[in-house]
Design a protein around this ligand. Structure first.
Ligand code: MV4
Length: 497
């Protein structure tokens, strides 16, 4: 393996370029018409144009990607996350072309892609799954019987599902028929497969996932990531370790994740998602057969470079992670910085990056792929960058992240920076009092309510800053504590300027 084609864009493509260079490998970028001069293209050793901006005609086009690999003389393909990363057919096409696939075997991708199939395999491997059916329910009668057995509330889920689509909570038998019909309908639209099945609803769970790593001789786990801070199935902040997981629970969940990986013949880096109930019972949800967005928090507390390990394992080498028990050291937090406006229903925001100041100092990491002058479009997802910090313990990690967020300035698009500042300043978050519904209960963090006094002060501050900025011809740096751009706009709307 000498030259790796990276079938992706944005921050993860740049992350993979960096890992290739540390492994002594050449990196080949691919780019759509919208990404001609993107950071991942400039960082790579070669770059191949693969088509127009719409993903279906570029980053999702298997044939163009294989042709690009041939054109650039690449001998391996790394898919990153999203796009084609969990398409078994892409893994097969890569191998059919005589290239090394930097990912798990296509059989493992396929087995984990079907939720009822995955449940059967996990149960066989004695991995705890949520009580429920291992087969699709196709009639109301049997479904009512099954739900009664499980006990209400239950959840209707899509067999082909994932990501929360085709999912319904059912609290009484009367609600079940309509829930079955609407979940099947949504599943058909989303996945082209209307099959649904039933599980018992787990209430007030945390979302905790375990990182696994497997080479040809052994499968290990690298502890958990706490991913409960999410909104509509989009994670916004992740941390490692989890306050809810002690050393014993970590070994139990870790052993389950290793068993899950071994049951499907896993190779490389993967993640087992679990629901963790308040009584410490945990249930396998699904396995993500890719490197994940939030992998850096694991890297920081375990001192492991997961992408370099992926490259080594794909090349047939043993993982560099030493044997014996590994323990997390200190605390890591990741904030996903997105071009979304929390004050506007988290709608994606587009425009040119007019100004960018990236945080520095001790304990920080910036995994981003944006520069001043870059256009943020609607073609791709809204992740601009990940800000990650490490500190010896959770309170210090929170302090460090708040300091880093104070240093960050992005102008030109609305971002969720202010949301992250409010979240990290929140006493309930600081206490660790979180579950998957935390943000559903906290509209105040998503959209702050301002008193008339606050609004007046901010309006004056915004006016002074804009005046100073005009005279000095420097951009306004947001320094208020909650995203001055959004507040200034609000102040303007209120006619207070
Ligand atoms: C559940 C659940 C509660 N009980 N299953 C959402 C996405 C999909 N991967 C599984 N999901 C859930 N399955 C049972 N039996 C709650 C969720 C869930 C969730 C899980 C992880 C992270 C965020 C979530 C948000 C809402 C619901």
């Amino acid at each position: 393996m000498n030259r790796v084609l990276i079938a992706n864009r944005g921050e993860i493509a740049l992350r993979i370029v960096r890992a290739c260079h540390e492994e002594g490998l050449e990196a080949v970028a691919v780019y759509s018409a919208a990404d001609r001069s993107s950071p991942h293209v400039r960082a790579a050793d070669r770059a191949v144009a693969i088509g127009p901006a719409p993903p279906s005609e570029s980053y999702l086009d298997i044939e163009r990607l294989i042709a690009a690999a041939a054109q650039a003389g690449a001998d391996a393909v790394h898919p990153g996350y999203g796009f084609l990363a969990e398409r078994a057919a892409f893994a097969e096409a890569v191998e059919r072309a005589g290239l090394v696939w930097i990912g798990p075997p296509s059989d493992a991708i396929r087995a984990m892609g079907d939720k009822t199939e995955a449940r059967r395999r996990m149960r066989q491997a004695e991995v705890p799954v949520v009580p429920g059916a291992d087969a699709a329910v196709d009639d109301v009668g049997p479904a009512l019987g099954l739900a009664r057995e499980l006990g209400y509330p239950v959840m209707v889920k899509a067999a082909a599902g994932g990501g929360g689509r085709g999912m319904r909570v059912v609290r009484t038998p009367e609600e079940l028929p309509a829930a079955l019909a609407s979940a099947a309908n949504e599943a058909l639209k989303a996945f082209g497969d209307p099959r649904v099945y039933l599980e018992k609803l787990i209430e007030q769970p945390r979302h905790v996932e375990i990182q696994v790593l497997a080479d040809r001789t052994r499968t290990i786990h690298l502890g958990e990531r706490e991913c409960s801070i999410q909104r509509r199935h989009q994670k916004l902040l992740e941390e490692a370790p989890s306050l809810a997981v002690d050393a014993d629970l970590r070994e139990w969940m870790g052993a389950a994740a290793v068993a899950a990986a071994e049951a499907v013949g896993y190779l490389g880096a993967g993640t087992c998602e679990f629901l963790l109930a308040p009584d410490r019972a945990f249930y396998f949800l699904e396995m993500n057969t890719r490197i994940q967005v939030e992998h850096p928090v694991t890297e920081l507390v375990y001192g492991v470079d997961l992408v370099r390990e992926q490259l080594r394992i794909a090349a047939g080498e043993p993982m560099r992670v030493h044997g014996g028990w590994m323990h997390p050291r200190g605390w890591a937090i990741e904030c996903r910085i997105t071009s979304e406006d929390p004050a506007d229903g988290f709608l994606p925001s587009t425009g040119r990056i007019e100004y960018l100041r990236v945080p520095g100092g001790p304990g920080g990491r910036w995994d981003g792929a944006i520069d001043i002058g870059d256009e943020v479009t609607l073609y791709y997802d809204s992740l601009l960058a990940k800000l990650i910090v490490w500190a010896p313990d959770r309170p210090q990690a929170i302090t460090r992240m708040r300091r880093a967020l104070d240093e960050l300035t992005i102008l030109g698009v609305a971002t969720n920076q202010g949301f992250h500042r409010r979240l990290l300043a929140d006493p309930a978050f600081q206490e660790g009092d979180i579950d998957i519904q935390f943000l559903d209960r906290r509209a105040d963090l998503i959209q702050p309510t301002l008193s008339a006094d606050d609004l007046t002060r901010l309006a004056v501050a915004a006016a002074l800053a804009e005046d100073a900025s005009r005279r000095s011809r420097l951009p306004i740096a947001s320094s208020d504590g909650a995203g001055s751009d959004a507040w200034a706009r609000e102040a303007r709307l209120e006619g207070l300027r």
